[in-house]
Design a binder for this molecule. Structure first.
Ligand SMILES: C[S@@+](CC[C@H](N)C(=O)[O-])C[C@H]1O[C@@H](n2cnc3c(N)ncnc32)[C@H](O)[C@@H]1O
Length: 218
């Protein structure tokens, strides 16, 4: 797999990923915002659901538990994250498939999914990487399928800006610029997603987390 400049693992390059789950649980109100995203996604039996940039698999497991008769697939570019996700899935005894791939080059045919979910991933990508990933979301969604995403958005106040400053230092100023400027909704609309809207926001240690929903309009 060619990760190239478009790829940045969850905790930077190194072997710190085992600290990821406790860090996100404590600092990001993880369960709360992921439960809200899943409620908005409205999963039904028979749905095919993709967790884009699934990391250690928390959202994919929650999705499978929310709707056991949906087929849930997680995709991520980091073999270490996929390894941890495999362990979590085995521990939780749920049937979730995992694939190693880049979000800009998804290994799925057009129209494969009823829902694409993604949390805390886009701020890892450059502007062009975000556009490429969003185009892939449009491509792999079935007509009328929905995209539900959570990521850092424009900070709501100075405290959120200060917290997000830490993420920006760590994950890169350029990669996080569209988030800081509140451009994600516009970018989603520009790739052809319909009914793009912000559905919720959460104050977190690392800034303002915003939830977005949109529909495949073709
Ligand atoms: C901050 S983590 C979020 C993980 C998970 N979605 C969550 O909510 O905990 C970002 C994830 O995006 C993945 N990622 C970043 N760039 C990627 C790319 N270009 N293709 C595939 N995965 C990517 C990283 O490997 C990492 O697992």
């Amino acid at each position: 797999m060619t990760a190239g400049e478009e790829y940045r693992p969850a905790m930077g390059h190194g072997s710190r990923l085992e600290f990821y789950d406790p860090l996100i649980r404590i600092t990001m109100r993880e369960r709360r915002f992921k439960r809200r995203l899943l409620a908005e996604a409205g999963l039904h039996p028979g749905f095919r659901v993709l967790d884009l940039g699934c990391g250690t698999g928390t959202l994919a497991v929650m999705a499978k538990r929310a709707e056991p008769d949906a087929a849930v697939i997680g995709v991520d570019g980091d073999p270490t994250a996929i390894g941890l996700a495999h362990r979590k899935i085995a521990r939780e005894n749920v049937d979730v498939q995992l694939h190693l791939a880049l979000v800009q080059e998804l290994p799925y045919p057009d129209g494969s999914f009823d829902r694409v979910l993604s949390t805390l991933v886009l701020h890892h990508l450059s502007h062009n990487g975000k556009v490429a990933a969003l185009r892939e979301v449009v491509r792999v969604l079935a007509p009328g399928g929905e995209f539900h995403m959570a990521d850092f958005g424009r900070p709501a106040n100075w405290l959120a800006r200060a917290g997000f400053g830490l993420v920006r230092k760590f994950d890169g100023m350029e990669n996080t610029e569209d988030n800081a400027r509140g451009l994600l909704e516009k970018m989603m609309a520009e790739v052809g997603l319909r009914d793009v809207r912000e559905t919720a926001s959460f104050a977190t240690v690392f800034g303002t987390l915003r939830l977005y929903a949109a529909r495949q309009g073709h």
